[in-house]
Design a binder for this molecule. Sequence first.
Ligand SMILES: [Zn+2]
Length: 156
Amino acid sequence: MTTRLSPHFTLEELCKSGVALRHGIDNTPHGPERARIVENLTRLCREILEPVRAHFGTPFAPNSGYRCLELNRLIGSQDTSQHLKGEAVDFEVPEVANGALAVWIRDTLAFDQLILEMYTPGEAASGWVHCSLTGDANRGQTLTIDRQGTQPGLLV
Ligand SMILES: [Zn+2]
């Protein structure tokens, strides 16, 4: 049984993780936080992923959406990551350079934090885009993160 969050995205897609599967971690939201996490993921799907899909016209599945604490720690992410709350998603769109994808989001959508991660300008498929969205005060912050560190703005 799948839980649809928006016309083209499901809860299962937003929770799927190869690392979790390989380590036997159940990466679906449970307990009292589940409703809030599903609400946050639904907001991401409707306000970020669906507009991206509609604009570029290409089906895609996110790389990483919700992460339970165990999975998040396993991959070396900080406990403050918005992925833990279902407020962030990492994704790519086939045939679209990640730099161009990030720029389109920056110029078009409301978001909390937009990060172009591990992108090499000129290499369209390099890296990925991290985008977060919350239910209230969204910062509209853009960052570029690579092996050199974190820099403000989108370096494309
Ligand atoms: Zn991320």
